[in-house]
Structure formats: C-alpha cells, structure tokens
Design a protein around this ligand. Sequence first.
Ligand code: NDP
Length: 318
Amino acid sequence: KVVCVTGASGFIASWIVKFLLQRGYTIRATVRDPSNPKKVDHLLKLDGAKERLQLFKADLLEQGSFDSIIQGCHGVFHTASPVRHVVDYPQAELIDPAVKGTLNVLKSCTKSPSVKRVVFTSSVAAVALNTRPKSPEVIVDETWFSDPDFCRESQLWYPLSKTLAEASAWEFVNENKIDMVVINPTMVAGPLLQPEVNESVQLILNLINGIPFPNNAFGWVNVKDVADAHIRAYEIATASGRYCLSERGVHYSELVTILHDLYPTLQISDKCENEEPYLTTYQISKEKAESLGIEFTPLKVSLKETVESFREKKIVDF
Ligand code: NDP
C-alpha cells in the first residue's frame, strides 16, 4: 500500500499523511524544500513516519519532477497548490502552478501503471462561483461549476486557479483513462499540525486579533473531516466524481458570535469592514459526502480546536 501525497507539509496534507500512516500506508510525500525544518519536522515526528514516510523534493512547475516519485505508487493524493488571496501576478503565482502543476502530476500518473486512483484536492471555489442566483434557500451541489469568466471579471484569482485546475484535470483524466475522485472543501478550520498559519486559519486568527471582519459568508469544514474524506474517496471503490465538504455556511459575524461565546473575555472585533447589509450565504449539499460516511464536526468544535491549537503553538498568548 504505497501512496504519494503532493504538497505534504500543508495544513490539509499533513492530516492526510497522519491518517494514512495510522492506516498502515507507506507514503512518498513531496515537499518543495525537504531541508526546511518548518516544512518537515512535524511530519517526521508522526507515529509511523520513521518506518513508512519518505520525503521527496518536487516542484509543481518543474516538468517531470514527480515521475520517479509516483512510479510504483498505488494511489496519488494531489493536494499541492498555492493558496493565497492577495497576489501581484495571478498567472505566475497561482494559475500556472495550479493548472500546469496538476497536469504535471497527472502526466506522471500516466507513466506509472501501478496508479489505480488519484484523489485531487479542488475546492468549493471551483463549484459555486458563477452568476447563478444565491440565497439561503439555494443548495449548491456537485453539479455546479464555477465560471472562469465570472472569476476573472470579479478578480477572484485563487478561485480561478482552482476552477481552471479542476477543469483541466477532468479533461486530462477523461482522455487518459485515469480514475480520479475530486474533493471540494469549503474554508477549512481545525487544529494545525504544521507550525505556520495557513490562509484559511489565518482568517480566524485575524478575528481573535481584533481585525474588522470582511462582509462575506463562507462554508466551513474541519480539517480532520477533509483528510478523512480524501482517504475514504481513495479506499471506497464506488467513490466517483466530486464531493463537496461543508459543515455549515455562516457570515463572518456569526463566527464572531461563536468565538465570543467560546472565549467571552477575548477582545474579538465585532466590526465589519463596510456598512453594507450583510451578504447572505447559501447551502452546500452534504448528501454525497455523507454517502462516503463523513460525519461533519460542528463548526463550534472546529473553531475551538483551531484556537486551542493557536494556544498550544504559542501563536496567541491568552
Ligand atoms: P497550505 O498552504 O497549507 O498548503 C499548500 C501546499 O501546496 C503547500 O504544501 C505548498 O508547498 C504546496 N505548493 C504550493 N505551490 C507549490 C509549488 N509550486 N510546487 C509544489 N508545491 C507547492 O494550504 P492548504 O492545506 O489549506 O491547501 C491544500 C489544498 O487544499 C490546496 O489545493 C487548496 O487549494 C485546497 N483547499 C484548501 C482550503 C482551505 O480552506 N484551506 C479550502 C479548499 C481547498 P510548500 O510547503 O513548499 O509551500
């Protein structure tokens, strides 16, 4: 049971590696800089890592750099992709690594007949961002696709990178007869294994640091449920297509309310960045995810775990 995890040092991938080790897999994990302790020490300390975790250097933009790593693997979890919401050069910083990187990894899969399934980490950003009307009654499901033109016009560069990457991946796997299952999480919260704060969890840190919140609403899901979904999507033979993952959609103001409730003495900002009426959210179907056996962790628990993890890692001092 040998599998490859790309971008292994990331927030979600670290949990995938931890759970795969627990389940007895041997893992070939790719990182960009295996000599950077901040990227690898937390992985090397995991139970089973000494015996069954090997680290390899690979970059999404280096053609063929995954070839020898994927050779002989039975499964590939492709999670690596830049996650940044503010960039100067969207094409170079986000779109190229996401799209060319995904094709680079998938091309390596075609060269290794041992690969039976690829699980690809996409996003709800590749599902819900289009001109279709949204309201709290609307249920977005796996049949929805984000519209690249809408993303471009709205300068939603990270969602554009995920939308184009997923579309290119489907085109490539259909042409090359690769078995791929796609995971589409909403914003991911929960405990960090890695020492650095990733983008989605940074949004929660901003709130507890008293920074005014954006007038926006997102779905949220626990990182352990996301990792679990990846492994179920790999192991359950009948899994197919896409799986949206969202425990619940909330406006930022509701995150603030929950955090206040959990930590009443904390000075959490209750100011929105602008005075406009709060944007409403929409629902995301849980049906397919639940068919994999996923039981979603309640948002309140995910927020508590996130903040407790900040405390443990001394990212906050209360
Ligand atoms: P992280 O930022 O923690 O991890 C991203 C990973 O991608 C890192 O390991 C990073 O490597 C790697 N990466 C970025 N650029 C390159 C490159 N050019 N070559 C090789 N590796 C690269 O983010 P998350 O764990 O949050 O995200 C993981 C995946 O999940 C991404 O595909 C993301 O789009 C998706 N996702 C995340 C959500 C979230 O809310 N967090 C929601 C929905 C989807 P390095 O460590 O070297 O920087």
